[in-house]
Design a protein around this ligand. Structure first.
Ligand SMILES: NC(=O)c1ccc[n+]([C@@H]2O[C@H](COP(=O)([O-])OP(=O)(O)OC[C@H]3O[C@@H](n4cnc5c(N)ncnc54)[C@H](OP(=O)(O)O)[C@@H]3O)[C@@H](O)[C@H]2O)c1
Length: 326
């Protein structure tokens, strides 16, 4: 018999909750026991629709719920830090949606608080937990395509709703924050921590970056190009060009959408087998295991800090039009 399921509370009725509810049901390592909304009726309707035992009419009330061990924070980006801090101060472990924050100081403060209280805090980059991601990173690190020279990452789609949280500057919307953060994560996974950032943003009517193009420079002259957009056909891609070959991941950020991992050496193209898995189930299991002391969290302070520093540098570079050192 394994450990008791983690008792998880959802801080809001966000759309992305659907994936966590499905993962909790499929994985059996966590049980969603409570949901909160700014509106009690909305929380109650949501709880009834999803078979969640308790509904709270404020986020504060959920944090006071003594039968909640851990909180999932799927709030708009700008609210991640405030509610993570409040959850930690209430003694809850926290799984917080990506990107945690574009401000490195927030990351330091939150992980410092989690460490002081002996709580687990994890940024929810679900794709990092999928076996495909580990296989790709290990394949490149093994030298199978030689030393990496050029990295390319893209995540784009068409955002049609101007009322979406992603379109609002006051909520830290923007394409780099929403989808570009995956590109930053993937480039850092292969290249390490970047030394310099350059960037260009195309602003929309609300003031957020509708598209962002940038470059991160890593050690040994490795360059990572990134593109993300809210005004493009749905695209996800990660490519590593090495001295001896090329690796292309067709579905790097949402492996569940389907796609191959292709290796090209000369005229020969082969595929790498990847086991099927649900990124959300894997992430929730790792979060629960970290809390139970069974295994360390895959993503901790160093990764969240690297993310925030790179995103901050890219935005600063786009603002000044010149390179920014990290
Ligand atoms: N890991 C992934 O694969 C993945 C995928 C999608 C999204 N995300 C992340 O998850 C987070 C939520 O995204 P989503 O698409 O699920 O968002 P969403 O459906 O718009 O939900 C956000 C929720 O936040 C609450 N909220 C509190 N203050 C708000 C405000 N001022 N304006 C709007 N909503 C407010 C609302 O809940 P109540 O009204 O119930 O309080 C709302 O339902 C984002 O950080 C996003 O980047 C991650």
């Amino acid at each position: 018999m394994g450990p008791d399921p983690l008792r998880l509370g959802l801080l809001s009725t966000a759309r992305i909750n659907g994936s966590i509810l499905a993962a909790a049901a499929a994985g059996r390592r966590a049980a969603v026991v409570a949901v909160a909304s700014r509106d009690l009726a909305r929380a109650e309707a949501y709880a009834a629709a999803h078979g969640i035992p308790r509904a709270h009419g404020s986020y504060e009330a959920l944090l006071e719920d003594t039968e909640v061990d851990a909180v999932y924070v799927p709030l708009p980006n700008r609210l991640h830090h405030e509610w993570t801090m409040r959850a930690l101060e209430a003694g809850k472990h926290v799984l917080v949606e990506k990107p945690y924050s574009r401000r490195p100081v927030d990351v330091d403060e939150a992980f410092g608080e989690a460490d002081r209280r002996g709580l687990v805090l994890m940024e929810a980059f679900m794709y990092r937990h999928h076996p495909q991601t580990g296989i790709v990173a290990e394949f490149v690190a093994s030298g199978a395509i030689g030393e990496p020279r050029l990295l390319k990452a893209d995540f784009s789609f068409s955002l049609d709703n101007p009322e979406d949280i992603r379109a609002k500057p006051e909520l830290d919307g923007g394409s780099l924050m929403d989808v570009g953060c995956y590109c930053v994560s993937g480039l850092r996974l292969i290249g390490g921590e970047p030394r310099e950032a350059t960037g260009e943003q195309l602003l929309g009517p609300t003031g957020i970056d509708m598209s962002f193009r940038g470059a991160l420079r890593f050690a040994d002259g490795v360059v990572g190009l990134l593109h993300c957009s809210f005004e493009s056909a749905r695209t996800q891609e990660l490519e590593v060009v090495g001295e001896d070959g090329r690796l292309r991941v067709e579905a790097p950020w949402r492996p569940d959408w389907g796609g191959a991992v292709l290796v090209t050496r000369g005229d020969e193209v082969t595929t790498i087998d990847v086991p099927e898995a649900d990124s959300f189930v894997c992430a929730l299991e790792n979060f629960a295991d970290a809390i139970a002391g069974i295994s360390p969290p895959l993503l901790g302070r160093a990764d969240a800090l690297g993310q925030a520093r790179a995103i901050d540098a890219l935005y600063r570079a786009a603002g000044t039009g010149g390179p920014v050192s990290l």
